[in-house]
Design a protein around this ligand. Structure first.
Ligand SMILES: Cc1cc2nc3c(=O)[nH]c(=O)nc-3n(C[C@H](O)[C@H](O)[C@H](O)COP(=O)(O)OP(=O)(O)OC[C@H]3O[C@@H](n4cnc5c(N)ncnc54)[C@H](O)[C@@H]3O)c2cc1C
Ligand code: SF4
Ligand code: SF4
Ligand code: SF4
Length: 359
């Protein structure tokens, strides 16, 4: 395997490490807390499999059927416990009812963000909602392949680069596989996230068990964040949270996100989901501050499944222009002072970075 030329050219999906038959590739964290593949050239056989699976290569994207929809789950509890309009959870229930497995991003016991499997309602609750952290895909590609070879239903939901990596890893289509990708602003550093969790745990002298980036208690489309440490809940504005400030100021995004190839409606997945930003203009009668999903159906399979679940939603067909938003048109720009942030991060303890971000 030739080393990817620049950090901007690696989205960190980990598919190369998982496919390598010689086990020559290991994902190693850099100083910014993102994982990159490191190749042991002495065992690499130059088989080329790692290149074939890489989602940032030149592959054809999209081209198939396109349906543009807006949707809100009718089940208010389900919509409340989702970040947007609840499309992911309804699709997940479709698969769980068929004894299948759902793969999405959840927290492990140390609040690290990892992709994990859910095959019942309790496990599903753990993978609902947006986590603004790059998730680890370790072990996931192979597990999904195994489930599919056993003829089980599988739903995968993740960033577009993860979804594309999965499809390349599997090499063939499976009738019982549903691939859902997100509209994606970009993923922040897992290293910074873990520092932040430890900082809050130290501040409140306890262990964090819950963190919600988009808490809907104020019916405002989730502009509240909340977390629980030793049973005590702390609630604040999403935009006052210091980690979210670093994220939305574009200091801590993965370098590849500023060069993303998936900022378009053209995808190879079955569904693309995101927030319906212009719902107040397109369907003001539906805007209730509790979240509306935008959905793009890309495949015949997606269309068939939508027909089966459409009764679970208040939904409407719209035009492409109605649901377009910045991340379907161009990449998130890098902050000009990004390098200063990382210089400070290397030199100062995290609590000082946190103090600086409070301003
Ligand atoms: C990092 C990130 C950036 C986003 N940027 C935008 C944006 O710019 N515009 C927009 O419209 N929507 C964006 N979204 C999508 C949006 O926040 C909702 O996740 C989406 O609309 C699905 O909502 P839902 O109610 O259907 O389901 P939810 O229950 O809210 O979605 C849950 C599923 O989303 C996936 N997910 C959550 N966190 C991650 C993660 N860190 N990595 C991979 N997959 C994850 C998982 O599979 C998870 O199970 C982003 C999501 C993430 C994770
Ligand atoms: S070329 Fe083959 S053996 Fe070498 S790192 Fe890539 S997948 Fe592994
Ligand atoms: S994008 Fe994924 S497959 Fe490509 S080099 Fe990076 S980790 Fe490997
Ligand atoms: S912005 Fe692009 S490269 Fe970054 S996580 Fe999203 S899909 Fe992947």
């Amino acid at each position: 395997m030739k080393k990817y030329q620049k950090k901007e050219a690696c989205c960190g999906c980990g598919a190369c490490a998982e496919i390598c038959p010689a086990k020559a590739v290991t994902m190693i964290r850099d100083q910014e807390g993102f994982c990159y593949p490191q190749v042991n050239q002495s065992v690499c056989t130059e088989c080329g499999k790692c290149r074939q699976v890489c989602p940032v290569g030149e592959q054809e994207r999209g081209g198939g059927l396109k349906l543009y929809l807006g949707a809100q789950a009718k089940d208010e509890g389900l919509r409340y416990s989702s970040s947007s309009g609840g499309v992911f959870a309804v699709l997940a229930e479709y698969v769980i009812k068929r004894q299948g497995s759902v793969y999405g991003a959840g927290y492990d016991g140390n609040m690290r963000v990892i992709h994990t499997e859910a095959s019942n309602q309790i496990q599903l609750e753990r993978i609902k909602r947006t986590k603004y952290v790059q998730s680890s895909m370790e072990g996931i590609y192979r597990r999904i392949e195994k489930n599919l070879e056993e003829n089980r239903w599988v739903l995968f939901c993740g960033t577009p680069c993860q979804a594309q990596a999965l499809m390349l890893f599997l090499k063939k289509t499976y009738e019982k596989l549903i691939v859902v990708d997100l509209v994606c602003y970009g993923v922040p550093s897992p290293g910074i996230w873990e520092d932040y969790v430890r900082y809050l745990e130290h501040k409140h002298r306890g262990k964090m068990t819950v963190f919600s980036f988009r808490d809907k208690r104020n019916k405002d489309n989730g502009h509240v964040r909340s977390y629980v440490i030793d049973g005590v809940e702390y609630v604040d504005s999403l935009y006052q949270d210091i980690y979210c400030k670093m994220y939305f100021r574009n200091y801590i995004l993965r370098p590849s996100c500023h060069h993303c190839k998936f900022c378009s409606v053209d995808r190879n997945s079955d569904f693309t989901i995101g927030d319906f930003w212009s719902i107040d203009c397109v369907r003001p009668d539906l805007e209730d501050g509790m979240g509306t999903s935008m959905v793009i159906v890309h495949s015949e399979r997606g269309k068939r499944i939508w027909k089966e679940i459409e009764g679970e939603f208040v939904w409407f067909v719209c035009k492409k222009k109605d649901l377009l938003q910045p991340r379907l048109l161009s990449q998130t720009s890098q902050a000009r002072v990004r390098w200063i942030f990382w210089l400070l991060y290397r030199c100062l303890p995290f609590w000082m970075i946190a103090k600086l971000m409070e301003r």
